[in-house]
Design a protein around this ligand. Sequence first.
Ligand code: GTQ
Length: 349
Amino acid sequence: MSLTEKPAQTPERLAFYEKIGRAAYTPLWEVLSDIITPEPKSDCVAHLWQFSQAREWLLEAGNLISAREAERRVLILENPGLRGQSKITTSLYAGLQLVLPGEIAPAHRHSQSALRFVVDGAGAHTSVNGERTNMNFGDFVITPPWAWHDHGNHSEEPMIWMDGLDIPMVSFFDASFAAGLDSEEQAVTRHSGDSFARYGTNMLPVDYQQQDLVSPIFNYPYSRSREALEVMRREQDWDPCHGLKMRYINPVDGQFAMPTISAFLQLLPAEFRSNPYRSTDASVFVATEGHGRSIIAGQSFEWGPKDIFVVPSWAWVTHETDADAVLFSFSDRTAQLKLGYWREQRAQA
Ligand code: GTQ
């Protein structure tokens, strides 16, 4: 008996397992090494989705079904090791959503938290908590749990963003609630930019009391985040694994912007060769600028702007760039940190 091997199966033992099995018992020693593993073992595999192909198929879907009929016109990015489960990693969902000019994706709300990362088009909007925000390339937008949200596109061009949701986590806890609103769009009761002015300028309203774990900012514009990376690069203090990597925060408590999902933005300079890194949070990356490749568990994935790739839990990853590159990423790190699971490891090149 050990953590890695199973005991021999004798006819007497098998007969016993069969007998108790009929009454909903299972001997631990037959399954222990499968359920408590010395290292993370996952069906989640490394994979890359090329944006050019995704865009073509999304636009094709645009001719087949409206946003209204679909509720959300999304192509799920389904991990090849987790087909049929609507998961990009074991704990997270991702998809690419298309909203065509003039369309509305109707108002609804659910227990699941959502993030949007804008990859194509400009000027569509999402409304949350009575405020409408315009979405532009690279913006990181959050929808808190149980918040009404509807999307629309008054621009002239199709808009595509990546959705990241904690759907598998909520399913795991059997805690899903969802409801539709009786009107297509929620009432707009605040001016655009109000929450950013209140909470996104390194100030808070003087008597502000924290209400929940979600950031009160719901659009983190790319222009601001990108500019920050550009200013920091002058100091040349590149992390050997991550280049310059920042995390999106809730300004009220300095924690991650969402209670279950962590999001990051990083700059890697041209010709960067990272040291190997792994962590227990499987991560979804979107290349926003530049070209390069990531070697994930020994397999190389070439990426360019808007391509999406996934790094499984505890898989070694190194990044290599040709030109300056910017990577957005998200993972369940904040959930793992709260639960006391999260680990990381660095290696020399
Ligand atoms: O935009 O509200 O990709 O509810 C999946 C479920 C997006 C959304 C998704 C959703 C949404």
